[in-house]
Design a protein around this ligand. Structure first.
Ligand code: BDR
Ligand code: CA
Length: 306
């Protein structure tokens, strides 16, 4: 299995991403989880990462708290989407304590140095990674693969131009895009193609297997919060993990990415140029949504009952 560090802001879809990562030990060895302010405060995202680790029965995986605020912007949280606690007020079995002493930024720097072949899945604002790259630029050449959930090429979900993770810290996103790290970007254009409907959520809950009932409770709250007029709950962050686990389900295209950091209506826009310019990233442009969700749900059901 390849070593994987997950940088996240749980967040309901982050929680689903963590549950997917822990469920594929044959493919991924989760060497740590770093947390960042984003959907909710750093204190809450860190606590939630530990709650999900508890639910997954993986108390030995270290959780490192990272940056409590964006580089330059003022934080704008998303508790109207993920609930005040960040996990939809859902009660989860398992322990929530035991934060690692190391700062999240230092955990990224150290794991990049010590774990050859390290993959990083960044599914929150990119502050931790950007600060790690500023602190130790060689991190860019030491991370083998970086998958980022972020950006909306056609449209955003916070403003018409900007997706949440990029909007929360555009300077950080730009730092990462310009670092030479060549991220694989999973934008809203891809994640919106795999909505989890209430019918699917009911079926998951009814299975009673593994962590499916807990995942269903999380997704139900998320779907209800973002509005039932949508086709379903979007599991954005879990899709970023799935790109590492099941690459054959996704089509990627090289692109020249840029991030708008100017003040104004365009702030936080992610632009992908597929036609000109030296590519500095790959963008997921197509996927087998049905197989992705089928395999994700199968993995959630495969856990021992907590
Ligand atoms: C992204 O924003 C967050 O609210 C989600 O967890 C996901 O990472 C989607 O825009
Ligand atoms: Ca997230």
């Amino acid at each position: 299995p390849r070593p994987l560090l997950i940088d996240c802001d749980p967040g309901i879809d982050d929680a689903i991403a963590l549950l997917l990562a822990f469920s594929v030990p044959e493919a991924l060895e989760v060497t740590g989880v770093s947390t960042v302010a984003g959907n909710v405060s750093l204190a809450s995202t860190s606590r939630n990462a530990m709650r999900v680790r508890g639910l997954a029965g993986r108390p030995e995986v270290p959780v490192f708290a990272g940056c409590p605020r964006p580089m330059l912007a003022q934080p704008v949280f998303a508790d109207h989407v993920h609930g005040v606690d960040g996990l939809g007020g859902v009660a989860l079995p398992g322990e929530a304590g035991g934060l690692a002493a190391r700062h999240g930024v230092d955990a990224i720097v150290e794991q990049a140095a010590d774990r050859p072949g390290l993959a990083v899945a960044a599914v929150g604002p990119l502050t931790n990674l950007a600060v790690a790259l500023v602190k130790r630029p060689e991190v860019a050449s030491r991370i083998d693969t970086l998958v980022v959930m972020g950006g909306g090429l056609e449209r955003g979900n916070v403003t018409p131009a900007a997706e949440f993770n990029v909007f929360f810290d555009p300077e950080a996103a730009r730092t990462v895009v310009e670092s030479g790290l060549r991220p694989v970007l999973v934008p809203l254009d891809a994640t919106h193609r795999a909505p989890v409907t209430f019918a699917m959520i009911d079926e998951l809950a009814a299975s009673g297997e593994g962590v499916a009932p807990e995942a269903a409770a999380l997704l139900r709250s998320y779907h209800a919060n973002v509005g039932t007029d949508r086709p379903g709950a979007y599991v954005h962050d879990a899709m970023a993990l799935a790109v590492l686990v099941w690459p054959e389900l996704f089509e990627r295209r090289p692109a020249r990415l840029s991030v708008v950091t100017d003040a104004g209506a365009e702030r936080g826009r992610t632009v992908a140029d597929f036609a000109s310019g030296e590519p500095n990233a790959e963008v997921v442009v197509d996927l087998d949504a049905g197989r992705f969700l089928e395999r994700l749900f199968e993995r959630l059901r495969s856990y021992p009952r907590p």
